[in-house]
Write a protein that binds this ligand. Structure first.
Ligand code: SF4
Length: 451
């Protein structure tokens, strides 16, 4: 949307007090995200009284999920755009700008037609949009808001997995793979004139291409031929789609980082079955062993959920044992959120929130010990790393100038994992450097620059 608006000739500001039109991109996945989104909408609505804002537009998952309720419950909102309608953003903004008596930007740029043909009063739900329409916005010009060295590249939209606790398939629609040529073109544009880390995302990256002529392995191979794509990171893999060909890529493709984000959600067979996940505990053991055997040093990130309906104390202890045994290098733990409209919300055996939170805390304690041991094992090792940002600019104790930088190795996915703090001279965000891990403190790993 930022890219479309810029191409239309609008200026962008992150300062809501200075904005004429405010766009809130929401998340409606689980209850806490909904609350956060509604809080942001109400905060931004205030700017219509205190700032210069004359139009408030809400987009994203929450608006897709509750599009009907907005006019009644949040009258401060002037327009609502669902997840299949990003292409309409320029037309909607134009409409408010003209209504205000200001000149619109309809003819202001070469891509003024990008929103043309879309009827202003014909909102489309994601389920009424064609596959092409749902992918269109991914090919729009982009304004990159991620850090200097990495770029998120979306390879598919929607999800067909229908896990019983999840509303995403109803919000984002069925799975549709983005054409390989579009992904490669995106990576080429993003890496023009600089080296980048391409972070591949989708609701399920491992389903990529399974309904057509594409394949994830083919995509990874072609992407690795884009000269200035230096690292490729694969996120959101679904365990039962991690086949041998894909696992071999980690060893065979030098640009594919030995890092895998693979949410497993649980390790109890009965809970996994109730969740509608298509694997069991034994499959997970086999898969993790294979990954570690074929790609030594691979860093595995996963996510698990506590308090799913029917999760007994025994199920939970089984999960705890599994986590203690497998020792994932990275772990996210969420307490189950009962989402209206999902099969799990109607299941018997709902677990008290307090119990789910207690189990979550127990898992996090076990993981903290695993992390501490794993991080200590990294001390003394050398890595290629990417500079994320400057943390502090001040002379070091020995009086030398320089700054403390936050750098990431292959083990650190942007935004969710850790980083190594390195003191060095003049580095730029996005630079690739070599570092040695020298120690750790309460805030994480410390390192030094190798010359
Ligand atoms: S795979 Fe992820 S997005 Fe898809 S239904 Fe399951 S939890 Fe939701």
């Amino acid at each position: 949307m930022l890219g479309l608006l810029c191409a239309r000739g609008y200026g962008i500001t992150p300062d809501a007090d200075l904005a004429d039109v405010i766009i809130v991109n929401t998340c409606g996945f689980i209850d806490p995200a909904k609350k956060e989104s509604i809080g942001a909408i109400l905060d931004m609505a205030e700017k219509k009284n205190t700032g210069r804002c004359f139009a408030l537009i809400v987009t994203g998952c929450l608006s897709e999920r509750y599009r009907g309720a907005f006019s009644e419950e949040l009258p401060e909102v002037d327009a609502v755009l669902g997840t299949g309608e990003y292409g309409r953003i320029c037309d909607i903004v134009d409409r408010f700008v003209r209504k205000r008596g200001l000149p619109g930007r309809e003819n202001g740029s070469e891509s003024a037609e990008s929103g043309a043909g879309v009827e202003e009063d014909a909102p489309r739900s994601i389920h009424e949009s064609s596959a092409g329409q749902r992918l269109d916005h991914l090919n729009a010009p982009r304004v990159l808001t991620s850090g200097a060295g990495f770029v998120y590249i979306k390879i598919a939209e929607g999800c067909d997995n229908h896990c019983t606790y999840c509303v995403i398939p109803s919000i984002r629609g069925p799975y549709v793979s983005r054409p390989r040529a579009d992904i490669i073109a995106d990576a080429e544009r993003a890496s023009a004139g600089r080296d980048i880390e391409a972070v591949l995302i989708a609701q399920d990256t491992t389903r990529y291409g399974t309904a057509g002529p594409e394949s994830l392995c083919g995509l990874l191979e072609e992407l690795s031929r884009v000269e200035r794509v230096r690292w490729i990171r694969l996120m959101y893999a679904y365990p039962d789609r991690m086949d041998d060909l894909l696992i071999r890529q980690f060893a065979a493709n030098p640009k594919l980082l030995p890092y895998l984000d693979m949410p497993i959600q649980h390790a109890s067979d009965s809970v996994l079955r109730a969740m509608g996940r298509r694997y069991g505990r034994a499959d997970l053991y086999g898969l993790v062993n294979k990954l570690r055997r074929q790609a030594p040093g691979i860093v595995l990130r996963t996510t698990v959920m506590t308090g799913f309906p029917g999760e007994s104390e025994e199920d939970f202890m089984g999960l705890l044992d599994f986590i203690a045994d497998i020792k994932f290098e990275r772990l996210g733990v969420f307490a189950y959120s009962r989402e209206e409209g999902t099969p799990a919300a109607a299941m018997g055996g709902q677990v008290a929130k307090k119990v789910a939170q207690k189990r979550r805390a127990q898992l996090l304690r076990v993981q903290a010990a695993i992390m501490s041991q794993w991080e200590s094992s990294l001390i003394g090792r050398e890595y290629e790393a990417i500079v994320d940002s400057v943390l502090q600019r001040k002379p070091s104790r020995n009086g030398r100038n320089g700054a403390e930088y936050r750098v990431r190795t292959y083990a650190d996915a942007p935004d969710i994992d850790g980083f190594v703090r390195v003191r060095a001279g003049d580095l730029g965000a996005g630079d690739f450097v070599r570092i040695k891990v020298t120690g750790r403190d309460s805030e994480g790993l410390l390192g030094e620059l190798m010359t």
